[in-house]
Design a protein around this ligand. Structure first.
Ligand code: FAD
Length: 424
């Protein structure tokens, strides 16, 4: 292996290939090759856990040099966290976990030749491929909403420039304005997150723009954690948040960015700021690779996370048909570990066991008021089924909720260390 210093590596990283090579002595170069597409929560976790084995040659392909977590980005929108505190690099995966990282997008997968083509045209050969591209937006559900309208009415559903745009808009909004959140149909990334966003922006308004209002125009008639949210909204933000189910409005059909209008079947809303979160599907490379079904998501074997459409290719994270498992960072991380162990077992020719899958979410309704849920899952009849559920209760004391909010902060730190193998 080339004995590059980190300085030399960074020099190369500025070039077209933008390859962060690995100076790690423990990295396997002769072992079976695994390419992982997508260095978000699912992909980084698979790469880290396979890299730790030191017997597998792991290459992670991710265009971004810095990953910003969506989880806790609603705290950023409310002015309670900096974006820097939500930002992670890939250095620890390279230096401590034996992963090679290439900062490019994958543009094509050829399952016959077992190759991944990168933006530069370079090809990577794999023995097993893991695809973890997160989400893309499904076109057509809100007539004219596209990438250019998103520059005026941001979705902020991938953390980064979109979150910054939305934060700037909220900061410059006049007191007394209406903030419209358009909540997407199921299934979508992080079911409680649109309502957490409404809660935390209400917290911000309560302090700085107390005459303002929030209207959530939903594509659904119910939502995750609804009773807990509505109880808290009554307690913290009486009269400030209005939730409109699809049966009242007929859901959003179009937007008018020039006039800042959100148009539903039955009503038109005048928005000082509009956060339009469209319907979702698996990240585009999954579709190109032939991993998606008619639902737009990727069906997988729930034990190995191997695609049921393309053998030898595994999919984890938000992109999969998850059964009872919600599209969350915790789920992606749990699936990724099961997937890494299944791939290692396949290389060794050893038996693999049905995984224990887990999801736990912390949701903020105010900085010192959070609720939590924890669910275990098992693979049954080819599907992921929930087996046990714990959920925070209605009427919990402020002290219990304060403790949960405190635990959430600890979870964030431990979890991101697990995924990226080190701090920011
Ligand atoms: C506002 C909000 C709040 C949330 N809060 C929580 C929470 O409290 N708890 C929780 O568990 N979850 C939460 N989530 C959900 C969580 O962020 C996602 O479920 C999680 O990020 C999914 O991981 P993933 O790996 O599937 O996708 P991602 O983390 O999005 O990673 C996908 C990666 O793939 C890369 N990629 C895409 N295409 C290509 C390509 N062609 N080539 C190479 N790379 C590619 C992307 O650049 C990206 O880095 C929240 C989400 C939002 C929007």
């Amino acid at each position: 292996m080339t004995d590059w210093t980190r300085r030399q590596i960074c020099g190369v990283a500025g070039g077209v290939l933008a390859t962060v090579a690995t100076p790690h002595v423990g990295r396997s170069q002769n072992g079976p090759r695994v390419v992982v597409i997508g260095g978000g929560i699912g992909g980084a976790t698979v790469a880290r856990y396979l890299g730790d084995l030191r017997t597998v040659d792991v290459t992670l392909v991710e265009p971004k040099r810095r990953y910003i977590t969506c989880f806790f980005s609603n705290l950023y929108l409310a002015g309670l966290r900096s974006l820097t505190s939500l930002t992670f690099g890939f250095e620890a995966l390279v230096e401590r976990h034996g992963v090679k990282v290439i900062h490019q997008a994958a543009t094509a997968v050829d399952p016959d030749t077992k190759t991944v083509t990168l933006q530069s045209g370079e090809k990577l050969v794999y023995d097993r491929l893991v695809v973890a591209p997160g989400i893309a937006f499904a076109s057509g559900t809100i007539g004219n909403y596209d990438a250019s309208t998103a520059e005026v009415m941001p979705h902020a559903w991938n953390a980064g420039p979109q979150s910054e745009l939305l934060r700037r808009q909220l900061e410059s909004m006049e007191d007394g304005g209406v903030f419209v959140i358009v909540a997407p149909p199921n299934p979508f990334r992080c079911p409680p997150a649109p309502y957490e966003r409404a809660s935390l922006v209400a917290y911000y308004f309560k302090q700085f723009k107390p005459r303002s209002k929030i209207i959530v125009v939903d594509a659904k008639d119910s939502f995750s954690g609804q009773e807990l949210f509505q109880e808290s909204w009554g307690r913290h933000y009486p009269g400030m948040i209005e939730w409109l189910p699809s049966q009242f409005t007929g859901a959003v059909k179009a937007v008018d960015v020039a006039a800042r209008l959100v148009v539903t079947e039955g009503e038109t809303f005048n928005a000082a700021v509009a956060n339009v979160i469209p319907a979702q599907k698996a990240g585009l490379i999954a579709e190109q690779a032939g991993l998606t079904d008619v639902s737009g998501w990727c069906p997988v074997d729930p034990v190995t996370f191997e695609s049921t459409l393309r053998p030898g290719i595994h999919v984890v994270g938000d992109a999969i048909v998850g059964g009872d498992m919600p599209k969350s960072a915790f789920s992606a991380n749990s699936q990724a570990k099961a997937c890494a162990f299944a791939i290692a077992a396949a290389f060794r020719g050893s038996q693999h066991f049905p995984p224990h899958l887990f999801n736990s979410c912390y949701t903020f309704m105010a900085p010192d008021d959070a609720f939590t849920n924890a669910i275990t899952f098992a693979a049954e009849d080819g599907k992921i089924k929930a087996t046990r559920t714990f959920m925070s209760k209605l009427g919990e004391s402020p002290e219990v909720r304060r403790r949960t909010a405190h635990q959430a902060v600890g979870w964030y730190s431990a979890f991101t260390t697990d995924v990226f193998g080190g701090g920011s």
